[in-house]
Write a protein that binds this ligand. Sequence first.
Ligand SMILES: Cc1cc2nc3c(=O)[nH]c(=O)nc-3n(C[C@H](O)[C@H](O)[C@H](O)COP(=O)(O)OP(=O)(O)OC[C@H]3O[C@@H](n4cnc5c(N)ncnc54)[C@H](O)[C@@H]3O)c2cc1C
Length: 402
Amino acid sequence: MDAFESAPVYDCIVLGAGAAGMLCAAETAKRGRRVLLVDAGERAGRKILISGGGRCNFTNMHCTPANFLSENPHFAKSALARYTAQDFIALVQKHRIPFHEKTLGQLFCDHSAQAIVTMLEAECRDAGVETRMRTQVLGVLADGDGFAVRVLNGTLKARTVVVATGGLSIPKMGATGVGYDVARAFGLKVVEPRPALVPLTFHGDDAEHWADLSGLSAEVVATAVPVAKQRVASPTFREKLLITHRGLSGPAVLQISSYVRAGEKVRFDLVPEDGVFAPMLDSRAIRDAQTAYGLLRQWLPARLAERWLELNLPADWKNASIAALETQLHAWTLTPGGDEGYAKAEVTAGGVSTAELDSTTMQAKRVPGLAFIGEVVDVTGHLGGHNFQWAWASAVAAAQAL
Ligand SMILES: Cc1cc2nc3c(=O)[nH]c(=O)nc-3n(C[C@H](O)[C@H](O)[C@H](O)COP(=O)(O)OP(=O)(O)OC[C@H]3O[C@@H](n4cnc5c(N)ncnc54)[C@H](O)[C@@H]3O)c2cc1C
């Protein structure tokens, strides 16, 4: 017999006990609803635990809709305005979790990301959420006025269902595409998922030129250069670039990876200061590779400065050539071979199309009572706490309507 055939009907079943699912379950239960939270894992909040280097960058004080990518950049506005970084900070303070600002408004736990998981578990427990771990979700079906959730060993029934199963990033942490499958089964469009916030790999000769400098880093300004005419240039990110043995990483590269599509170029201003070679334009200056290296060395690690000059050495040291060298330095352009895939991607871009969802309730417009929140939705944040802020904001928006 079906393990849960005689199971009670819940007001709401939340699929996925990650950041979005846990907060949504707690907030929904606080509204007097009978809520079941299910997850395939042994424990809740596994990605929270590994986030922010183990300290969880749980929000960003400067979070705005401009920090997100989506086919519809307006979609996230409503939820983000109704549950702000300040709201989440108030929750963290209520639980007396010590935190600090690291840089650019990014807030981290002082000690461990475990504090955020413990906080969300306490919120769920206090609100009376029932939790069922080690429960693999296989699919969701319409069932009378509500839904039937198919799990590995039975069926669970509820009036409403919230899909908070995340994206495809880090499969070893339990990521599955079930959220997309559920959307497609109800005829909802899914924007093709792709790895984002992910290291980029070298293409062709670039590996030969740069891979042996693995470990070197520099502060750069990164931009994606779209090939397709209908796509606009990406924002710029002034952050660290790190050379790896496979390609490029570091915050600047992770940020820009979300905007680069196959075959498109990335551009770096390797020294975001004007006039690096300007002293060579003086008529009394020595004009040679050694002098150029000495100037560049003031800004870049020695081996990176040396290699870059080797590969970009001008034919002569006339004013025009020095000016061209300066221009090249501020527009180092590469076509990545690809990226390191879901195994290394912090998030998944794309997902359930926002065109299908009501931005106030997160419910599918054509399937009332079925909501999608967090990373499974086609809303992807920049690095720096924005993805968690979207998880919190979309969770609360959904809860308020259930
Ligand atoms: C290494 C790393 C570091 C990160 N650091 C940060 C950071 O510091 N700040 C930040 O803002 N963002 C960070 N992120 C991104 C952030 O973790 C995610 O955006 C966020 O966790 C998404 O929340 P979610 O609840 O939508 O999905 P998830 O947290 O992925 O939760 C989804 C849950 O669904 C469950 N699930 C999936 N499929 C099934 C199924 N078939 N049946 C049952 N359960 C299922 C999973 O077990 C999981 O518990 C980081 C990501 C990674 C990988």
